[in-house]
Write a protein that binds this ligand. Structure first.
Ligand SMILES: Nc1ncnc2c1ncn2[C@@H]1O[C@H](COP(=O)(O)OP(=O)(O)O)[C@@H](O)[C@H]1O
Ligand SMILES: [Mg+2]
Length: 474
């Protein structure tokens, strides 16, 4: 088999890495300090998938000639593996005396139940004598993982600009001597939504046709997606066998939202008997009750029941199967909702970030507290404090200020809050790296009464630390 283009065109060095340039620069500075023997806190790369989080970790190791020890997937679930492998990697130099970089890849694969793994990560990295890079797509999925922000230098990877992606894709096509249409490559880059991995894999698929045209690109995703939806709809509205419907539904990676909207739109079109329609809607409404609980209480375990009711439940609502051909209809509501869904998602995310600190549910925050926070944000100092405390994004800050993310006001709040976050994440000297000369001078213990900052060496209760800092922000 041919190599995947993600491997074949893996950047050879930082100069071939596109996007997120500031993160690249800062990470290399970080590595330089390590190379000079000055211990640094781990890096936490999070955000956009396919933007090069794992890739950058490898580039750093390569540049500094460090070995790399990588833990990912199920290995991260096991406290024992983390303690054994990561613990050993962090404490010792390799045989040649050079450093090793420990890469904990995709730590958000840990679910809320994997507390052992997340805790073990937190405790192992604290004693690190070697550089550590941690990557995650979403750091807010798990409370322990989100705590990593406070012991790491956190960098959020943003979408890669599609023009930069397009430029790189053109270079690759030229190397491969494949003729292409400029606009087609631009379109492909745009469709990848800032994800270089998906751009490269799409490009490789199209490269088989020996000439990349607009038509090829158009044929890629939407059609595939539509076919997927149609086959699930067919299984639901024509099928009568629970297991077969389930199989069709789980084979497609149709999201719960999409499934729900498509089924809702099509029940009255596909079922003709009033009883069938009533029963189907009854099951769908039960699915919706579960959806409500999932959003409000974040009980993701209910997703299983919700999808099962919306698919298998609706399928088994019919008394007989009609042989009439009725075209499946694209949900009308969906196009309306998709316009407002990003705003709803933003409010929900904002609600859950604030709620996590104020001990209220996302829904309570959205309905009761957002107007209050909008008022608080009128005061810049408080806005900066809140942004750092809740870990808000540009978009969320812009929403609270009723303005656009690119405005100076938002940018300056983001910068100042980042300073607070960096300050919080600054390493405590006794945790990292070999002892420096200046460590041996001065008092052994900090003077008492230094406020929330002062704590005993070895105190590992991050929540306590966090609590102390909260009070300082306002
Ligand atoms: N910024 C980038 N510049 C160049 N190639 C990239 C970049 N980001 C990702 N890639 C390519 O995409 C592949 C997947 O990237 P990866 O680092 O695994 O993404 P992430 O870890 O952020 O999900 C890499 O093997 C590399 O070929
Ligand atoms: Mg990765």
């Amino acid at each position: 088999m041919q190599d995947f283009w993600t491997e074949k065109f893996f950047p050879k060095g930082a100069e071939e890495f596109i996007g997120n340039t500031e993160i690249v620069e800062k990470s290399f500075e970080w590595a330089k300090k390590w190379a000079k023997g000055s211990g640094q806190p781990p890096l936490l790369f999070w955000g956009q998938s396919g933007a090069g989080k794992t890739c950058l970790a490898y580039l750093i190791a390569r540049q500094f000639n460090w070995g790399i020890v990588e833990l990912n997937g199920s290995m991260l679930r096991s406290k024992e593996v983390i303690e054994r492998v990561a613990g050993a990697a962090l404490q010792s130099a390799s045989i040649t005396g050079s450093k090793r970089l420990l890469l904990l890849d995709e730590v958000d694969a840990l679910t809320r139940n994997d507390r052992g793994g997340a805790k073990a990560i937190l405790s192992v990295i604290k004693e690190s004598r070697n550089p550590v890079v941690i990557t995650a797509n979403d750091i807010f999925s798990n409370r322990d993982i989100s705590q990593l922000r406070f012991v790491c230098r956190a960098f959020e990877f943003k979408k890669i600009n599609y023009l930069s992606i397009a430029k790189r894709l053109r270079e690759i096509l030229e190397l491969e001597k494949i003729p292409f249409d400029e606009d087609a490559v631009k379109e492909l880059a745009q469709n990848s939504s800032g994800d270089m991995r998906s751009a490269l894999l799409d490009l490789q698929t199209l490269s088989l046709s020996k000439n990349i045209s607009m038509q090829d690109v158009a044929s890629l995703s939407p059609r595939e997606r539509q076919q997927k939806v149609f086959s699930v709809m067919k299984a639901i509205f024509k099928g009568t066998d629970f297991a077969q419907v389930r199989e069709a539904r789980s084979q497609s990676d149709l999201s719960n939202d999409m499934l729900f909207n498509w089924v809702e739109e099509n029940i009255p079109r596909q079922y003709s008997s009033a009883n069938d329609v009533a029963l189907a809607f009854d099951r769908l409404s039960r699915a919706d009750v579960f959806n409500g609980r999932i959003f409000n209480k974040q009980h993701w375990g209910f997703l299983r029941y919700s999808t099962e009711l919306a698919a298998e439940g609706v399928a088994l609502s019919k008394s007989s199967v009609s042989n009439d051909f009725v075209m499946y209809q694209f949900p009308g509501l969906l196009s309306m909702l998709s316009r407002t869904s990003s705003l709803r998602a933003l409010k929900r995310e904002l609600g859950s970030k604030i709620g996590a600190k104020t001990h209220s549910s996302s829904r309570e925050v959205v309905s009761n507290d957002l107007p209050f926070f909008k008022m608080v944000f009128a005061d810049k100092k408080k806005a900066v404090g809140c942004t750092a405390l809740f870990g808000l994004t540009e978009k969320e800050v812009a929403f609270l200020l009723d303005t656009k993310p690119e405005t100076k006001k938002v940018q300056s709040i983001m910068e100042e809050s980042q300073k607070i976050i960096d300050e919080r994440a600054r390493p405590k000297r006794f945790f990292y790296g070999p002892v420096q000369e200046e460590d041996l001078q001065g008092p052994l213990h900090e003077e008492p009464g230094e406020g929330p900052e002062s704590r005993e060496a070895g105190d590992t209760d991050l929540r306590e630390e966090e609590k102390g800092k909260q009070t300082r922000l306002f």
